[in-house]
Design a protein around this ligand. Structure first.
Ligand SMILES: NC(=O)c1ccc[n+]([C@@H]2O[C@H](COP(=O)([O-])OP(=O)(O)OC[C@H]3O[C@@H](n4cnc5c(N)ncnc54)[C@H](O)[C@@H]3O)[C@@H](O)[C@H]2O)c1
Length: 240
C-alpha cells in the first residue's frame, strides 16, 4: 500500500516504522510545516491515510481527506463530537473510515474484560465505580479518549450511569474519571470497583506506543480496499 501519514509526531514516526517493516511505502508525511500538501493527496498517489495529529486539527484534516474520497484511519482523540459528521461524509464520498480512541489489541481486549467484570459487579450493592487514567504531560485532551470509551463500555452494562465527571466525586449518575499527567507515561487505564471493605480493579498498562501504531497499520491494511465505516473491534475480530 502507498500510505500518507498525517501528523509526523510521536505516533506518526512509529507508524512509519511499522509500515516499512510490513512492506508498504510512504506517499506523504504531513506535519504542521507542509499541511497545505493535504489537498494533493488523492487515490492516484495514495491508497490510505493514517491521521494522528490531535484534537484541534483532526476534524479539518478529515474533512479534506474524506471529502476527497480517501480511505482514512484516524487515531486523533478529543474531536469526537464531529465523528458522525465525518462518518456520514465517508459514506457520501463512497470511501472507508475508521476512528478509534485506542488501536491496541491489548486495550480492546481490556474493554471486553471490563464489560465482563461490570456484568459480575452489576448486582453487587455498595461498590462505587471509577476510572483512573495516566498519560504523559504533553497530552492535550483530558480525560483520554480511551477512558471515555471505557466509561461508555462500562455504562452499557451498568445502566445507572449517564456520562462521566472529570476529577471529581460521582455526581448525578456521572462516572468519575480521574486523569493524571506524569512524564513519559504512554497510557495507563484502570477500572476500579471500591467500597469500605475492599477494592477490585482491572488495569491496562501500555509499556510503549507500539501497540497503538501496529493496530493503526493493521486497520489501514483492512480498510484500504473496502467501503464503509468500520470499528477497531470488528477489524481486530473482537466482536462477541
Ligand atoms: N488512537 C490511539 O490508539 C492513539 C494512541 C496514541 C495517541 N493517540 C492520539 O493521537 C494524537 C497524536 O498523538 P502523538 O502522541 O503522536 O502527538 P504528537 O504531538 O507527538 O504528534 C502530533 C503531530 O501532529 C502535528 N500536527 C498538528 N497539527 C497538525 C495539522 N493541522 N496538520 C498536520 N500535522 C499537524 C504536530 O506538529 C505533531 O508533529 C493525539 O490526539 C493522541 O491522543 C491515539
Amino acid at each position: 500500500m502507498k500510505v500518507a501519514i498525517i501528523g509526523y509526531g510521536k505516533m506518526g514516526k512509529i507508524i512509519e516504522g511499522f509500515l516499512i517493516e510490513r512492506g508498504h511505502s510512504i506517499s506523504f508525511k504531513i506535519d504542521k510545516e507542509n499541511f497545505h500538501q493535504l489537498k494533493d493527496i488523492n487515490r492516484e498517489n495514495t491508497d490510505v491515510c493514517i491521521e494522528f495529529t490531535g484534537p484541534n486539527s483532526a476534524k479539518a484534516n478529515l474533512e479534506i481527506l474524506v471529502g476527497n474520497g480517501m480511505p482514512v484511519v484516524c487515531g486523533s482523540t478529543g474531536w469526537y463530537s464531529e465523528l458522525t459528521f465525518i462518518q456520514e461524509l465517508a459514506v457520501k464520498n463512497d470511501t472507508s473510515f475508521v476512528a478509534a480512541s485506542n488501536f491496541s489489541i491489548g486495550v480492546n481486549l481490556f474493554f471486553e474484560a471490563a464489560k465482563d467484570l461490570s456484568k459480575i459487579m452489576k448486582n453487587q450493592d455498595g461498590y462505587g465505580v471509577s476510572i483512573r487514567e495516566t498519560h504523559h504531560t504533553q497530552k492535550l485532551d483530558a480525560p483520554s479518549g480511551t477512558a471515555i470509551t471505557l466509561s461508555e463500555e462500562v455504562s452499557s452494562v451498568l445502566e445507572q450511569f449517564d456520562g462521566f465527571s472529570l476529577n471529581e466525586e460521582a455526581v448525578d449518575a456521572k462516572m468519575p474519571i480521574y486523569a493524571l499527567r506524569e512524564e513519559d507515561v504512554p497510557g495507563t487505564h484502570e477500572l476500579v470497583f471500591r467500597n469500605e471493605i475492599d477494592e477490585i480493579s482491572l488495569k491496562h498498562i501500555a509499556f510503549n506506543r507500539n501497540g497503538f501504531a501496529l493496530g493503526a497499520v493493521v486497520a489501514a491494511e483492512y480498510i484500504f480496499d473496502k467501503k464503509g465505516v468500520f470499528t477497531i473491534r470488528e477489524i481486530l475480530k473482537l466482536i462477541g
